[in-house]
Design a protein around this ligand. Structure first.
Ligand code: SF4
Ligand code: SF4
Length: 331
């Protein structure tokens, strides 16, 4: 008879993400936070896949707010040795994975909500763990790694799925590099990436995996005794009453998005031909023209997508990492 682990591995190779293995240990909950377009959902897929390949039951699911590049997004991974029957938002995570440290400054993103002092926070940041604990009053353990720098070196873009997954998986202390690599290959191939791109992601994941300590995830928090699933009855309200912000007019100017940026575009006028392409193609309308028709970035509303930099025909828009730009402004 095939072992539960062997059955799980076979099922994983076939693409099923939920395995059933009988066991007694408690469920662990990991909540991911990041920004749209960085690979947060994919990172949670890879984490769940690798844990699944190690023989555990897993479940993962993303949650989007605005379907907009740069907007805060979340993903949830639950895993354990017993069947995973809990669904929905993770209110009481054992581990929080923060893919973009700018979210720590955004109260609405509530990235630390529900964190227990005995929990663990994994943060993609160039700052130190002590620095972030002090700055944000985090009582739980914090582990930091500048995953953005690793992603940029290997991928040339701020795509974090494979290295952030490797960060979380190494910290968990539960999987081998071989399982991480296989999970990256399966998930990125399913997402349609070419073999060469998968190789670059594997290199980024490997560097991250090797540079992080296997600190181990904290013990799962106590769970409520299993009972019947709650039934929710949602009243039907007209859109104007249920979501007044949808119907409200001209609110986008009030919603600043400078905190979304990992990079800021810096326009150097020496090579600018005032062709207006950046002005026309910015999806946020965050480039304006001054009285002499020079393009000027409105940094309060620029979200850092860098469409302008990639479309500028003279290549005169530089991408500057936000941390460095902020330090330059402060000097
Ligand atoms: S696209 Fe480039 S060259 Fe054209 S206006 Fe913008 S910065 Fe200048
Ligand atoms: S100014 Fe450039 S980086 Fe900023 S939102 Fe517009 S296109 Fe994106």
């Amino acid at each position: 008879m095939r072992s539960p682990k062997a059955r799980a591995a076979r099922s994983g190779a076939a693409g099923t993400r939920i395995a059933l293995i009988v066991g007694m240990a408690a469920l662990q909950r990991v909540r991911f936070h990041g920004r749209g377009g960085e690979g947060v959902k994919q990172a949670s897929h890879i984490v769940a896949r690798a844990l699944f390949l190690s023989g555990l039951n897993v479940q993962d699911a993303p949650l989007y707010g605005a379907e907009r590049r740069g907007a805060p997004v979340m993903a949830f991974v639950r895993f354990g040795e017993q069947p995973v029957r809990e669904r929905g938002y993770i209110v009481d995570p054992d581990v929080i994975v923060i893919c973009n440290d700018s979210l720590l400054h955004l109260a609405d993103a509530a990235v630390l909500a529900g964190l227990d002092p005995g929990g663990l926070v994994l943060i993609n940041s160039a700052r130190s763990a002590d620095d972030l604990r002090r700055a944000h009053g985090i009582a739980a353990a914090v582990l930091c790694r500048d995953v953005s720098a690793i992603a940029l070196r290997h991928l040339g873009q701020h795509l974090l799925s494979a290295p952030m997954a490797a960060f979380a998986l190494k910290a968990s202390g539960r999987v081998s590099w071989g399982q991480v690599a296989r999970a990256v290959e399966i998930e990125l191939a399913e997402a349609g990436l070419a073999p060469a791109a998968i190789e670059r992601n594997l290199a980024a994941a490997r560097e991250t995996f090797d540079s992080v300590g296997a600190v181990g995830f904290p013990a799962p928090r106590a769970q409520a005794a299993a009972g019947p699933l709650p039934v929710f009855v949602l009243p039907r309200l007209p859109a104007r009453a249920a979501a007044p912000s949808i119907a409200a007019a001209a609110t986008s100017a009030l919603r600043t998005t400078e905190g979304w940026r990992v990079y800021r575009p810096v326009i150097h006028r020496q090579r600018c031909t005032r062709c207006f392409l950046c002005f026309a193609l910015c999806p946020e309308g965050a480039i304006q023209l001054d009285a002499e028709h020079w393009p000027v970035v409105d940094y309060a509303h620029c979200k850092g997508c860098l469409v302008c930099a990639s479309e500028c025909p003279t290549g005169t828009i530089e991408s500057v990492r936000e941390d460095a730009a902020a330090e330059e402004v402060a000097r």
